[in-house]
Unconditional design. Structure first.
Length: 207
């Protein structure tokens, strides 16, 4: 891992994915979550402030040691068990049917083996459990999607492996989930931000 990815990028993500706008979408995703939760891409613990009181435990998958260190104040404030259970969403150490919900916030764009991770999410979810996500995704507009393709080689290096070109809802359904809720929209901002701003906020259950 480069110095940029190890020491700088976690701080950049903490700032850019923790503002008032992204917080609104985090709150939307977390609102219906309860019980024992697996959060993939835990970061600095930003979602903890949005979880309802019905969440009893959070198992965190977070590859960055720095992000996990920076999460400790939020973990303390949360007042319920939070444990780091791994570094890779595609290689979970949890048992089958061991969590009530999986939460992913701005993470499925970056997981190297997303198909493997989605299979793991299905494996660890209990019957009736759901995958809750907020992710940027491949845009439906041809011109914007073309820009995403042009930008991707450079963006992937800057963004720690982030993919602008992944169609997250399609990948979720292709992995055997059924979408029960989906909001898709461009984040507010100038036209130049559109390649980075096609947002998907959804909930999916096993098909």
């Amino acid at each position: 891992m480069s110095y940029w990815e190890d020491r700088i990028l976690p701080r950049v993500i903490e700032v850019t994915c923790s503002d008032r706008m992204t917080g609104r979408w985090r709150a939307q995703v977390c609102a219906g979550v309860s019980g024992e939760v697996l959060e993939v891409g835990f970061g600095s613990g930003t979602n903890l402030a949005h979880y309802p009181s019905g969440v009893t435990r959070v198992d965190a998958v977070e590859p960055s040691d720095l992000a996990w260190q920076r999460a400790q104040e939020a973990v303390g404030d949360f007042g319920r068990p939070v444990r780091r259970v791994g570094l890779d969403g595609a290689a979970l150490v949890l048992g089958d049917a061991s969590v009530d919900a999986v939460v992913s916030s701005y993470t499925m764009c970056t997981i190297p083996d997303l198909d493997g991770a989605l299979a793991e999410f299905r494996r660890v979810l209990r019957p009736g459990g759901a995958l809750h996500f907020v992710e940027h995704s491949a845009a439906p507009d041809t011109a914007v999607a073309a820009w995403q393709q042009r930008i991707q080689p450079v963006w992937g290096r800057i963004g720690g492996g982030c993919h602008l070109t992944r169609d997250i809802p399609a990948l979720v359904t292709g992995a055997g989930f059924t979408l029960t809720d989906l909001d898709a929209f461009y984040a507010p901002g100038p036209a130049v931000s559109k390649p980075f701003g096609w947002m998907t906020v959804g909930r999916a259950v096993e098909a």
